[in-house]
Design a protein around this ligand. Structure first.
Ligand code: GLU
Ligand code: ZN
Length: 276
């Protein structure tokens, strides 16, 4: 019996230039796939409203090529909205999602509370927002109901082992945004399944979201991958190399004539200058 080939991916959101943290993430996923004679996918996650700049996707491709990576590109998220809407409809019909019209500001103003059900949720609109579906409403998942439905499920991370899926710390997260038929959590879960991803490789900053992804897989009867949450490349002061914080873009180094293969090797050995 032959085992199915490993499929992993790099799934950047085109809302800023790629920096060394992205290079690290892409290289890890690429090298895992290569070592396993599997596939390395690139998926552009371009549904972040006005923050999405699809024109950056081309820059990303050039950056990755410059780093010596090879990949298969799968369709960008913006082409998959129908599949998100269909899954959301299914979850609504089965009573797992409820509308919420609270603004960020309103939620921030509410005291953080942990309910008797163990759900940390900074807003009690599970009851009060009821009936306000339609324009301008996001859809949140009723985590308690979802957990009651799926029971105890685990997810497995290559580095940390088996984890019981417990999304309560995130609260009733938004599954469908006001302005989109999905949120990151729904889109990424559906896409990884659609793309046949068997290993989800990404930074450990997204580890908490895996709990809800695992629950969504169960509710939507999707195949269950393994995860590999890798450590982050941090700036000297210990903060994340967020795109917005002005870490030197890969594209800048590429255009300055640096050798991408040398940089990729340094990233593999975690021996590189962060620059300023
Ligand atoms: N698109 C997400 C980001 O750039 C990552 C998605 C994932 O790897 O799960 O932060
Ligand atoms: Zn609400």
């Amino acid at each position: 019996m032959s085992e199915l080939p490993l499929v992993t991916r790099f799934a950047p959101s085109p809302n800023g230039h790629l920096h060394l943290g992205h290079a690290f993430s892409a290289i890890i996923a690429h090298d895992i796939a290569k070592a396993a004679k599997g596939r390395f996918l690139l998926r552009i996650e371009d549904i972040d409203g006005p923050r999405s700049r699809p024109e950056l996707a081309d820059e990303y491709r050039r950056d990755l090529e410059w780093l010596g990576l090879e990949w298969d590109e799968v369709p960008a998220q913006s082409t998959r909205l129908d599949s998100y809407a269909e899954a959301a409809r299914d979850l609504v019909e089965r009573g797992f999602l409820y509308p919420c019209t609270c603004t960020r500001k309103e939620i921030a103003a509410l005291p953080k509370r942990v309910g008797s059900d163990g759900v940390e949720y900074p807003g009690s609109c599970r009851d009060t927002c009821e009936g306000k579906a339609g324009e301008g409403a996001a859809l949140r998942i009723d985590v308690v109901r979802a957990l009651a439905e799926v029971g105890e499920v685990v997810w497995v991370d290559e580095t940390i082992g088996s984890v019981v899926a417990d999304p309560r710390a995130l609260g009733d997260v938004v599954i469908v945004r006001k302005d989109l038929p999905a949120s990151y959590n729904l889109a990424v879960t559906l896409d990884d399944a659609a793309d046949g991803v068997s290993l989800v490789t990404r930074g450990e900053d997204l580890l908490e979201t895996t709990h809800i992804h695992r629950i969504l897989q169960e509710l939507l009867k999707l195949p269950v991958p393994t995860w590999h949450h890798h450590e982050l490349v941090l700036a000297e002061d210990g903060t994340k190399l967020a795109k917005r914080r002005g870490s030197p873009p890969i594209a800048e180094r590429r255009k300055a004539g640096e050798d991408g293969l040398v940089l990729a090797e340094q990233v593999r050995l975690r021996n590189f200058e962060l620059g300023s």
